[in-house]
Design a protein around this ligand. Sequence first.
Ligand code: ADP
Ligand code: ASP
Ligand code: MG
Length: 415
Amino acid sequence: MALIVHKYGGTSMGSTDRIKNVARRVAKWHDAGHQIVVVPSAMSGETNRLIALAREVQNPPDPRELDMIASTGEQVSVGLLSMALQSIGKSAVSYAGWQVAIKTDSAFTKARIQSIDDEKVKRDLDAGKIVIITGFQGVDENDNISTLGRGGSDTSAVAIAAALKAAECLIYTDVDGVYTTDPRVVSEARRLKAITFEEMLELASLGSKVLQTRSVEFAGNYRVPTRVLSSLTDPLMDLDTEANSGTLISFEEDTHMEQAVISGIAFNRDEAKITVLGVPDRPGVAYHILGPVAEANIEVDMIIQNQSVDGKTDFTFTVSRNDYQKAVDVLNGQKAEIGYSTLVGDAKVSKISVVGVGMRSHVGVASQMFRTLSEENINIMMISTSEIKISVLIDEKYMELAVRALHKVFELEKE
Ligand code: ADP
Ligand code: ASP
Ligand code: MG
């Protein structure tokens, strides 16, 4: 008997029929003698609908009120799932984040979990109940409801698993595991039986939306055994088969021994690039440009400063596309202070990254990547590398072509 956390995403909770299936699956695990905590997302499309509704009334929306609204989708889900379980004879109870309580900071729309009180949940589990807790939301120290950023139910689930010292966190979703790249873009993508925590962290932070980045950080920091698997199989399938299906996030690098140098390709369509031309090249250039951008709470990703000519230099950096206009406005306001000549930008760029721990011991990955893109006539605008990844920025219209070509050249479809 073990304590196990199940997380179900939006598609998995997408209709009352699907919710009834989730209930059957959860009941099967409970019948096998396990203690089960379930963390569902809102029904698919619901969070988008709620955010659009808010924007119809106020744009940009007040972040505190937006969280008040956006968090309600999950509250509907937990209530429905609890009812579905009760209808098949199970004892179940649902809680919103504040009732547990899941305490967060006050960074509305992207709050971070600070602590989770396990008392109430443990008491219910010991009384034989299935406990269902809202994903995506928490409460700050002033009792304001907060949300954890899009895709945040993954993080709720892994954090709850860590707090309860669960034996495993099972992330049920609409694909049957983590693939070499998004299977909706490359049909040859192959499911990985295991992936190292480090690689999963890179893939997630570089744009693979299958897991929210922070959930992988929690899994790593608290060593929570985490598995990604399908919610769309027969809910009554053999439990042991199900328990070993999908993709395990592994903490052992040697499970990787025979794997390829590259494990996966991530991409991010939501990038934008800004170039500041003709900046006087003197100490403090980067600070004068990026300081005001950071003060406006805009995260900067890739950065290039060119060789200076006649005492002037050009400075290029990328931000999330949502922040593009705000960053341009900030820099327009700082033109005199920075002393640049022109600002140019491009909000139609994408970032593609190849990821693999095997890169540490293999040279030539970068040159193979650049050759492949050159053969496809795709221009590279920026490059950044770390020990286990190489990222390039390209025109968004070549994104899918580039991912397919790289998937092929690194033979990711082959086991
Ligand atoms: P959920 O609603 O269950 O949280 P998400 O839509 O957030 O589901 O995440 C699952 C989706 O992630 C898949 O449908 C798939 O399109 C996408 N995805 C992106 N990269 C990958 C990858 N490397 N492996 C698997 N799925 C991926
Ligand atoms: N419902 C939230 C969202 O759509 C959280 C999640 O699905 O994980 O972002
Ligand atoms: Mg998700």
